[in-house]
Design a protein around this ligand. Structure first.
Ligand code: G3P
Length: 214
């Protein structure tokens, strides 16, 4: 599985989000691998309408009703998302908030990918029963050093700390097929990537290259 996080990159906002999603879908079709688009909330309907599997970058555990400015999990689902990231390092939550968000998503049928910055957090968040946990050291995000090659021990520890009950993903600095291969060798079932794809001159080719490492 490859999750392409669009973040708030200009190259993947508005109508460009739709174009990027189509590249994800084509790459998925051509490789047979699961490629998921993770756009900004306002772009979820247009991205989901391309037929690309779509998840949100964040949702609130608070329900529908008087919650001005919050991203309603129910609204995100209705807009076409099948899941959401939780606690991305650029949108950190308290552990209690992570727990409540995972619970809320489970209640309404949204898949959760909880991000953890270290192996201790993996252990804690695993007890909340998310669908996936992604180990992402914040200092490597957006950089040139792939987490799978720079921190193999951390990934192995994260995989161990899920006790085999949750699938582990990883992300940060992933740019090449070899970076993905290394993550899989270490026990991950997929990766999250942002800059390596979004800033690439040929995003579809790049996604296909990464899929080849799965
Ligand atoms: O969500 C994944 C992301 O934080 C990794 O970003 O730019 O290092 O691929 P990047």
């Amino acid at each position: 599985m490859i999750i392409v996080n669009f973040k708030a990159y200009r190259q993947a906002l508005g109508h460009k989000a739709e174009k990027m999603a189509k590249k994800c879908r084509e790459a998925s079709k051509e490789t047979g691998e699961r490629v998921i688009a993770c756009p900004q909330p306002q772009d979820i309907p247009r991205v989901a309408s391309t037929g690309t599997e779509t998840i949100a970058q964040h949702v609130s555990y608070k329900g529908t009703g008087s919650n001005t400015g919050r991203i309603s999990a129910t609204g995100i689902k209705n807009a076409g998302a099948s899941g959401t990231l939780v606690n991305h390092s650029e949108r950190r939550l308290s552990p209690e908030n992570v727990r409540k968000t995972v619970q809320k998503c489970e209640d309404i049928g949204l898949m959760t990918i909880v991000c953890a910055k270290d192996a201790e957090e993996v252990k804690k968040f695993n007890s909340y029963n998310p669908d996936f946990i992604s180990i992402e050291p914040p200092e490597l995000i957006g950089g040139q050093k792939p987490v799978s090659k720079s921190k193999p021990d951390l990934i192995q520890q994260a995989v161990e700390n899920t006790d085999g009950s949750t699938e582990t993903l990883t992300g940060a600095g992933i740019k090449t097929r070899e970076d993905v291969q290394k993550a899989i060798e270490l026990g991950c079932s997929g990766i999250l990537v942002a800059s390596g794809v979004i800033k690439s001159e040929k995003p579809k080719q790049k996604i296909k290259e990464l899929c080849d490492g799965l």
